[in-house]
Write a protein that binds this ligand. Structure first.
Ligand SMILES: C[S@@+](CC[C@H](N)C(=O)[O-])C[C@H]1O[C@@H](n2cnc3c(N)ncnc32)[C@H](O)[C@@H]1O
Length: 254
């Protein structure tokens, strides 16, 4: 396993022996899939869709882009992008069939979002994307990259399928930068596994994992450095809601 994490002591990237494998991650999301949207709404205090809309805004779309949403889960970020693309397209991929099934059902609802004709879904692994080089104008992921078994390999794949001067837009949970805010989030993140347990019997370990994976994910500056070492330029991070989530936008050099 080649997974990497920030090593706070040495300021290096090092293999993380505790990281979950892709298979563990896929099975875990399969177990929580039925309750995923509900738990997300509760845990984010109803803010998760606002964060996805903000990520789509920060992509500064002209309306005709080809967008790839990686690790789409139940499809909400793909829908946020789709609603801003009157002449464009969104392709959304995930490797967890039950999550994709929910995305498909959501998009096919009779009164579902009008953007669905411009949206397609596919089962695929983010670490081996089945697309040609430079196929997309924008590549995005919401709460997805943190789960990659190999974060650097996932970013390299996103870079490969992006056209020169295309943009990557990553929405991820993050640790707030002031001590008071960090304390508040710390307390809240201890509550998350309990919430998961109360709402979904099968979700207990998944929500413990969520809290742990947040702590393990590189901080803003380290993630920006990783984007640069993966071939992107001009990374810009925009913290939302006191910094509990961050949208990071970077460009592929042209
Ligand atoms: C926390 S959910 C995020 C879903 C959605 N993007 C959202 O905004 O709520 C993480 C998703 O990443 C997917 N995932 C994790 N690793 C993946 C990989 N290597 N390839 C494809 N999907 C992956 C999981 O199956 C899961 O559906």
């Amino acid at each position: 396993m080649n997974a990497i994490v920030a090593n706070p002591d040495e300021r290096l990237w090092a293999p993380d022996p505790d990281r979950k494998t892709s298979r563990d991650v896929r099975e875990m999301f399969a177990r929580v899939s039925a309750r995923y949207d509900l738990l997300n709404r509760i845990i984010s205090l109803g803010l998760d869709d606002r964060w996805r809309r903000r990520a789509a805004d920060l992509a500064e779309l002209s309306g005709s882009e080809r967008v790839l949403d990686v690790a789409t889960g139940t499809g909400d970020l793909a829908l946020a992008f789709g609603s801003r693309l009157p002449r464009g397209r969104v392709v959304a991929i995930d490797f967890c069939a039950p999550m994709l099934g929910l995305a498909r059902a959501k998009m096919a609802r009779p009164n579902g979002p009008a953007s669905t004709e411009r949206l397609s879904l596919a089962a695929a692994d983010a670490l081996h994307l089945p697309f040609r080089d430079a196929a997309f104008d924008v590549v995005t992921a919401g709460f997805g990259v943190r789960n990659f078994e190999d974060l650097a390999a996932g970013l390299r794949e996103m870079h490969r399928v992006l056209r020169p001067r295309g943009r990557i837009v990553i929405l991820e949970s993050s640790n707030p930068e002031t001590p008071a805010r960090r304390l508040l989030t710390g307390v809240y993140m201890r509550l998350v596994p309990a919430l998961g347990r109360a709402l979904s019997r099968s979700g207990t370990d998944a929500y413990r994992y969520l809290a742990e994976s947040m702590k393990r994910f590189p901080d803003r500056a380290a993630f920006e450095r990783l984007l640069v070492s993966s071939g992107f330029e001009s990374p810009r991070s925009v913290p939302l809601t006191m910094g509990i989530v961050t949208v990071t936008v970077a460009r592929k050099p042209g």
